[in-house]
Design a protein around this ligand. Structure first.
Ligand SMILES: NC(=O)c1ccc[n+]([C@@H]2O[C@H](COP(=O)([O-])OP(=O)(O)OC[C@H]3O[C@@H](n4cnc5c(N)ncnc54)[C@H](OP(=O)(O)O)[C@@H]3O)[C@@H](O)[C@H]2O)c1
Length: 411
């Protein structure tokens, strides 16, 4: 495993949502991009096979299989783009989905999208690469063939970014920040959009404009970030500081200095016996952002007051996996109500579930921060594509210090 350094760089972009989910590969345009001799294949070669990691069963890391005989994913709708992937990343959701997490609900979406065969499944939610083909509805000036793009893969897609090519809606990509290298650019969007949507869509930080536009906001709010050293937490801290919020963060001892350098006003080592006491000193919090997998139950048990506790570890998909769609949905309502009744009576605040949401204006917001030098990608470690299982092993060990990046092509 190699450790990779973090860097600051710039960007400016705005992708746009294109309507009309109509066809088709036949109406797609494709090209040979100019920015890299290795990049996109000539049109004739797009019918060739590609390499990718697939799973044919849920289970452990040994289920990941590398094949160089996979069919390229096809553009099926006029708003889609085919990207040749240069770098991708491994996130906790990949490890969870490898074990079957979310399969009951996600398969419903896959069926609607005509991807109705559960396996093989390719994981990977984010990437940096080159745009090689696009549907006829993709006419945004900034999305020219050959453009180096960063992007995310919506959760229900069964063809993720752990492969040489990926197809995503145009709204999920944008030109990659020029001053970020491919590894840095692949490490921002999935966790960044999770942090952004948790704070602005779920938490309403910044008011209606904060959620519906790329305006951000949240000056003078006091936010506690649980798990400030991980992918989501490290970006959440930087987003909040860029907006003038007061930020407290927790992490374990060896990450304290790193989290401080991200800009947190106060860092608490959660392993210390007086950690809770310290957190109580700064309460109440406008928002507690749980980026440490604590879940909603922990909110009621916390000794400090808050207005909103937003956790990214909701039981939503796990309940549906366990009980099926209808009973699982009922269980979700019951869980949320019970947690909130406990929390409202004990702490006076509400508990909400936050999610990754691939919004174009969220990407625009993050782009703006990178451009202004307010958001520095954090990379935990970097692996070659052939070593994908090792990247999963690293994730499994926990105590992440930023993102695990996987390289398909040399920069
Ligand atoms: N709902 C969604 O759509 C969504 C999307 C993305 C992520 N998530 C979830 O959000 C969480 C964070 O994701 P991530 O990608 O940032 O994970 P990550 O990179 O693995 O980071 C998690 C961090 O939490 C810290 N931590 C563990 N226990 C802690 C505790 N008790 N108090 C404070 N910090 C603690 C760990 O650092 P230390 O070494 O300092 O302990 C680690 O750095 C994960 O649980 C993930 O499943 C949900």
């Amino acid at each position: 495993m190699q450790a990779a350094g973090a860097t600051v760089k710039r960007f400016g972009v705005l992708p746009r949502l294109f309507p009309a989910r109509r066809q088709f590969a036949a109406t797609a345009s494709q090209c040979e991009p100019t920015d890299s001799p290795q990049s996109p294949p000539p049109s004739a070669r797009l019918s060739m096979k590609m390499s990718g990691w697939q799973l044919h069963n849920y289970g452990g890391i040994e289920e990941l299989q590398l094949s160089d005989k996979l069919k390229l994913p096809q553009i099926r709708s006029s708003d889609e783009c085919l990207v040749r992937v240069r770098t991708t990343a491994v996130n906790p959701i990949d490890l969870a989905m490898l074990g079957g997490y979310g399969s009951k609900l996600l398969n419903q979406f896959r069926c609607q999208a005509n991807d109705d065969i559960e396996f093989p499944l390719t994981l990977g939610r984010e990437f940096c690469g080159v745009l090689v083909q696009k549907g006829m509805g993709v006419c945004h000036q900034q999305l020219q063939l050959g453009t180096r793009v960063w992007g995310v893969v919506p959760i229900p897609n069964s063809n993720g970014a752990h492969s040489e090519y990926v197809v995503v809606p145009a709204s999920c990509i944008a030109p990659a920040p020029k001053l970020l290298d491919d590894s840095e650019a692949t490490s921002v969007l999935y966790a960044g959009l999770t942090a952004w949507s948790g704070m602005y869509i779920t938490g309403g930080l910044g008011g209606p404009c904060g959620a519906a536009t790329s305006a951000g906001g949240g000056a003078n709010k006091r936010v506690l970030v649980l798990g400030g050293s991980g992918s989501v937490g490290s970006l959440a801290i930087q987003i909040l500081k860029s907006q003038g919020a007061q930020v407290l963060a927790t992490c374990s001892e060896n990450a304290v200095e790193m989290v401080r350098q991200l800009g947190a006003d106060c860092v608490v080592d959660y392993t210390k016996p007086d950690a809770m006491e310290q957190l109580c000193t700064y309460a109440p919090y406008d928002i507690v952002l749980d980026c440490a997998g604590q879940g909603g139950q922990a909110a009621a048990e916390s000794p400090y007051d808050f207005r909103q506790y937003i956790t990214f570890n909701s039981p939503l998909l796990a309940n549906i996996d366990k009980k099926g769609l209808c009973l699982g949905a009922l269980q979700n309502v019951s869980d949320l109500v019970q947690t909130n009744v406990r929390t409202a009576t004990q702490r006076g605040g509400v508990v909400k579930w936050g999610y990754f949401y691939p919004a174009a204006h969220g990407i625009e917001f993050l782009s703006g921060l990178v451009e202004r030098g307010k958001l520095i990608p954090q990379i935990d470690s970097t692996f070659d594509f052939k070593d994908m299982p090792k990247a999963f092993e690293r994730l499994k060990c926990g105590h992440m210090r930023g993102k695990i990046v996987v390289k398909l092509q040399t920069e």
